[in-house]
Design a protein around this ligand. Sequence first.
Ligand code: HEC
Length: 138
Amino acid sequence: MKAAVTVSIIFITGLCYYAMSSNNPDWSGNGNRCVGDCYESWLAENGSVVQQEKIKQIAAASSSPAELGETYYAQCIGCHGAQGGGGIGPALTGDITSKLEAYRAGETRGKQSMLMWSVAKPMTDSDINNLAAYVKTF
Ligand code: HEC
């Protein structure tokens, strides 16, 4: 009986020791453990969540149309090439605004227009303007 109590005490002490030693504030794997000084320094470095959102919004608002278009263009590379050189789809040059508007409206332009309908359907007017601005930089 005594032995069992001793063994459990050693076991529980070990468990507590393990739990305490793993509570290392420098360990960034778990944000929930970042409290007190750790949280204060994180806050000083990154700002509050609200501040971070504001910074993101300002960054998005100050991006030029061509920059925003470049982000959107990531989905076009597979068919039109990184520099609009073409591939599955034709090479892209000049002002593509009216072409994208036509695809968005479900109009047939070439034989493979179907491929572009689903691509253009979700585009907003500003998406189209941004993409056109980016394609002009090629
Ligand atoms: C699945 C492949 C595919 C993807 C992805 C794709 N395209 Fe296309 N695109 C095509 C094909 C094929 C055509 C030719 C369609 C036709 O016959 O009318 C085309 C045509 C176009 C045209 C008309 C070109 C011209 O001179 O007539 C524009 C502009 C265009 N795509 C822009 C885009 C943009 C911008 C994206 C990304 C948002 C995109 N495409 C994504 C395959 C694709």
